[in-house]
Design a protein around this ligand. Structure first.
Ligand SMILES: Nc1nc2c(c(=O)[nH]1)N[C@H]1C(S)=C(S)[C@@H](COP(=O)(O)OP(=O)(O)OC[C@H]3O[C@@H](n4cnc5c(=O)[nH]c(N)nc54)[C@H](O)[C@@H]3O)O[C@H]1N2
Ligand SMILES: Nc1nc2c(c(=O)[nH]1)N[C@H]1C(S)=C(S)[C@@H](COP(=O)(O)OP(=O)(O)OC[C@H]3O[C@@H](n4cnc5c(=O)[nH]c(N)nc54)[C@H](O)[C@@H]3O)O[C@H]1N2
Ligand code: SF4
Ligand SMILES: [Mo]
Length: 896
């Protein structure tokens, strides 16, 4: 049981640890904490999405790494710290400081991040410090620097609501930034238009008045074409360009060369010309425009250019620094911004100073009181792991990220990790694909136990507050890093007594010898005492003595962070994805997120309701491709690519472009056999930012020839992996469940004991139908059950099976049901759509067919959609699909 800290009963205000929206939550109650939205937090004003609302179910010791381990043996902290320090010292002495590398994460708190950066760059002296933000925001960072002279997000969430034209480029906010999406939806009004630019139909495109399902990778052409149109339509803000920008003419010339006419754009982007012109017309007519962009833009070989092509259109029309007008990079991780602030990227040094910022190296060294800082820039993530593979990196310390899953060509990354002499992994979770390669494992405190600050997409610094004691021996990352620093002989420079102490130092560095050159300045917070730090309310930086309440918008006076105060328009040429589909690999691969899972599932898979929406690795395939290749809805299929393969369940989806397959990024070897999207993506990077092209790969799609499909449920604490050709694990409350399938026939009676962990009491076999059922009971209680069918749709619903595990004794009727072809005392609700009220797709379809033909009616009858609202787009989609009326038109209809 969880025993909260004593002062917690009245509720602790903290911040959600998932996405960059940065919602405030309140944890309260004496037992398992109850998690509610914080009404006083400006990001969400009380709202939460289903991931945030399920946080309470992810707490506790289940699956946690509880003690330090060296070479598999549990050790005490002093020994673990000594081992880490010895490895670092030896490597530095023998191979030089650059042989030690750190791979950090936007899921570290700012204080942890600051200490890691200072230790590595300032004291160990290695420049080889990069972060998973390289895979996430580095293109936006590079574009901001090129355009504004600093990594600066101009706007705030309110701008998104104030905009009369909201352009969402490469963003599936409905699933990836759900509370912000709810704000977008709630601010719908007559005349407000939404344009979604995404190759596939998504939950977000539900909100679109215009959905541009462009050919992947062609965004620069679309935005270059927009600039050309704006110039022709007289929509350029000549005075703003003349007074506040450089590079307009060259940029326009480059745009004209790349995208001369709407017809040329339409052809290159594979869009109807009429739709391209509608977008251009709306953009040229509306001053209050926000273009919000995310990974469909950043994760591209032209990522930085895509961002700049967007920013160019905003600068040319003066739509920046004004209410309801700005380009807006939506950050992914809870502290993507904090990491950029401390300087965690390999090409940055600290506090928004780069290695080549004049005077920065000396300034930072004086502030940190080290002899000199590393000679940077260091290696960016993909290059860093190449160096690991080559053997140049002898000690790799990975904190709060899972590179064996999230880096492209993950098979190669695993080989590199396996041959690295010392891999140190700091994580909260014991079993991840990366912890498997660790020589030294360091248990970090998790959400609820850790204490510090994070910065959200709108530059808002919020406190993550502690309300639980640490699990086992877990320690804060800053503490572990400082202890290693102490052991290396730097105790006096890392003598922190808590996160407040570190935050003060970080805030002071942002203001140190900063005469207005660095916009990242939070020196107004450098003197907070511990109580004031504890009580810190969510505040947007900069926070200086002039702006002590924070700053909601940047560049309001047209002054940018460049030496001459002017912004830069950046000429953009066309660069298309490097890998084209060919005869061997004819399908284009696109990868991204699903609504209820977070990245590599270490935490969201602990809340069983979050796996009910999608419980297996899957692929979205266009109906024509499915027909041509002979793959079926709910069947299994294989994608084979240049570097590996992916096996998952087929979802036929007419919202896909033909020839393109969408894969979720979440599944990994802890949950399935071959479900890594990164087995199919290549280490091709943007030449400016070094960000990998994670949204583009190629593969061959074939049917996976299953002879049988099975479902196995076993009471908890059984092995995760299963000896089947295909398996996917779904942790449930009282048991674990596996989807299984095989390519060859199995002699079930001979195998069943092994699979059930003992002899079954109930057995039924119908060889002609390919059906097998077996259950093992212990004192009348269900311990394990195996169901096998030729047709996977005949397997009983998992909810019912799972429920059988909660019964103290199985009655006769239930025993009969377990052996029968289908469960008789339950309704099959289908895949979960509404996680809050546990309402499934089949239930919803039945209700629609019975006359509940609007989202509101569905809410009245089934309660679905009346909780967090994350499922509303899906409900609407189901209403459209299954009600008798005509489908919605693409253009001009308001989704409000
Ligand atoms: N539920 C959930 N939410 C999350 C996360 C999570 O794991 N789960 N992770 C968080 C993190 S770290 C991040 S970075 C964000 C990411 O948030 P998003 O970027 O919104 O999410 P993705 O699904 O990665 O990708 C967005 C869309 O880009 C589209 N796309 C692909 N190629 C192109 C292209 O060439 N052009 C355009 N215009 N679009 C393209 C994809 O089809 C996809 O729908 O989400 C955050 N929020
Ligand atoms: N193909 C493809 N690849 C992608 C993407 C894509 O869209 N497509 N998206 C990319 C993006 S945008 C991102 S952000 C990455 C995400 O990829 P990762 O960062 O690799 O994924 P996570 O599962 O978030 O890993 C975080 C790890 O840190 C642990 N952790 C959580 N909190 C703490 C803490 O406080 N301290 C410590 N020490 N550990 C902690 C968690 O248990 C988990 O193991 O994936 C990238 N890779
Ligand atoms: S929108 Fe993001 S920050 Fe807010 S509750 Fe959901 S996951 Fe957490
Ligand atoms: Mo991300």
């Amino acid at each position: 049981m969880l025993v909260p800290l004593s002062d917690h009963e009245n509720g602790t205000k903290t911040t959600c640890p998932y996405c960059g929206v940065g919602c405030g939550v309140v944890a309260s109650g004496a037992g398992e904490p109850e998690i509610t939205g914080d009404d006083s937090h400006p990001a969400n004003v009380g709202r939460l999405c289903v991931k945030g609302a399920s946080l309470g179910e992810t707490l506790g010791d289940d699956g946690r790494l509880l003690a330090p381990k060296v070479d598999g043996a549990t050790v005490a902290w002093p020994e673990a710290i000594d081992t880490v320090a010895d490895a670092i010292r030896t490597s530095v002495e023998t191979h030089g400081p650059a042989s030690v590398a750190f791979y950090l994460s936007g899921q570290l708190l700012t204080e942890d991040y600051y200490v890691a950066n200072k230790l590595a760059k300032g004291f160990i002296g290695t420049p080889n410090v990069d972060t998973n933000s390289r895979l996430c925001m580095s293109s936006a960072v590079a574009a901001h620097k090129r355009a504004f002279g600093g990594d600066l997000v101009p706007g705030c969430y309110e701008d998104i609501e104030l905009a009369n034209l909201l352009v969402l480029a490469g963003s599936n906010a409905a699933w990836a930034h759900p509370v912000l999406y709810q704000r977008m939806k709630a601010s719908a009004r007559a005349g407000r238009k939404v344009v979604v630019i995404d190759p596939r139909q998504t939950a977000t495109s539900e909100l679109a008045d215009l959905h541009l399902a462009l050919k992947p990778g062609t965004d620069t052409i679309l935005f270059n074409g927009l600039l050309v149109w704006l110039a022709a339509a007289g929509a350029i803000d000549g005075a703003f360009v003349a007074d506040h920008c450089h590079g307009f003419q060259q940029t326009l010339a480059a745009a004209r060369a790349a995208a001369p006419t709407p017809a040329a754009v339409a052809e290159a982007c594979d869009l109807p010309q009429e739709d391209v012109e509608t977008f251009y017309r709306w953009f040229s007519e509306e001053q209050r425009t926000v273009t919000a962009f995310s990974q469909g833009i950043n994760q591209s070989v032209a990522g930085t250019d895509k961002c700049n092509a967007i920013i160019n259109c905003h600068l040319a029309t003066g739509r920046i620094g004004k209410p309801g007008a700005c380009p807006f990079s939506l950050t992914g991780q809870p502290n993507a911004m904090g990491g950029r602030e401390v300087g965690g990227l390999a090409n940055t040094l600290a506090a928004h100073m780069d290695y080549d910022t004049p005077g920065a190296k000396d300034r930072v060294a004086r502030f940190w009181r080290c002899d000199s800082v590393a000679d940077g820039p260091g290696l960016k993530a993909v290059d860093l792991f190449d160096a690991v593979e080559r053997g140049d990196i002898k000690v790799l310390w990975v904190l709060a990220t899972n590179p064996a899953v999230s880096l492209p060509e993950s098979g190669r990354i695993r080989r590199a990790l396996a041959q690295c002499p010392t891999v140190i992994v700091s994580d909260c979770t014991q079993h991840t694909d990366t912890t498997e390669y660790a020589n030294i494992l360091l248990p970090a405190v998790g959400w609820g136990e850790k204490d510090g600050t994070v910065t959200n997409s709108e530059r808002r610094i919020s406190r993550q507050r502690r309300f639980l004691p640490p699990a086992g021996e877990a320690k804060p990352d800053w503490w572990i890093l400082s202890a290693v620093a102490g052991r290396l002989g730097y105790r006096e420079f890392f003598d922190y007594d808590g996160p407040a102490d570190i935050f003060r130092e970080h805030a002071a560095l942002s203001g140190f010898e900063n005469r207005g050159e660095r916009a990242f300045d939070i020196s107004g917070l450098a003197d907070l005492n511990d109580e004031a730090y504890d009580a810190l309310v969510p505040t947007q930086w900069p926070v200086t003595s002039h702006a002590d309440a924070g700053t909601s918008r940047l560049f309001t006076d047209g002054q940018f962070a460049t030496a001459d105060g002017r912004a830069r328009l950046v000429p953009v040429e066309t660069r298309l994805p490097e890998q084209s589909p060919d005869a061997e690999f004819p399908m284009i691969i696109n990868t991204g997120r699903i609504r209820d899972q977070w990245h590599t599932m270490t935490r969201t898979a602990l809340a069983s309701r979050l796996l009910a929406h999608r419980s297996e690795p899957f692929m979205d395939v266009h109906p024509k491709d499915a027909r041509a290749l002979g793959v079926e809805e709910n069947g299994l299929a294989t994608l084979e690519g240049d570097h590996g393969r992916f096996v998952g369940r087929v979802h036929i989806n007419p919202g896909q472009r033909q020839g393109e397959v969408f894969l979720p990024i979440h599944w990994n070897r802890q949950f399935t056999g071959d479900g890594l999207a990164t087995a199919l993506t290549s280490s091709i990077v943007d030449p400016v930012s070094g960000q990998p092209e994670a949204k583009h790969g190629r593969a061959r799609l074939t049917r996976w020839p299953a002879r049988w499909h099975g479902r196995l449920l076993v009471r908890k604490n059984r092995p995760r992996r299963w000896q089947a050709d295909y398996w996917a694990m779904q942790p449930l409350e009282a048991c674990s469940s596996w989807w299984l399938a095989g390519r060859t026939n199995v002699d079930w009676p001979a195998m069943v004991q092994e699979w059930l962990g003992g002899a079954p009491q109930l057995v039924m076999q119908d060889e002609r139908q390919g059906r097998f059922r077996a259950a093992r009971l212990s004192q009348g209680k269900l311990e394990a059950v195996l169901m096998v069918e030729r047709d996977p749709t005949l397997l009983p619903p998992v909810d019912w099976l799972a429920d059988c595990f909660t019964r103290p004794e199985l009655d006769e009727a239930t025993r009969r049901c377990l052996l029968a072809a289908r469960a008789v005392d339950t309704e099959d609700i289908g895949a979960l759509v509404c996680s809050c009220y546990q309402v499934g797709e089949k239930q919803i379809c039945r209700a629609i067919e019975a006359g509940a033909t609007s989202v509101a009616r569905l809410g009245e009858e089934l309660q679905c959609g009346t909780g967090c609202g994350s499922c509303l787009p899906e409900l609407r989609g189901l209403v459209d699909k299954h009600s008798a009326g005509s489908p919605r038109t693409r253009v001009g209809e308001h989704a409000g």
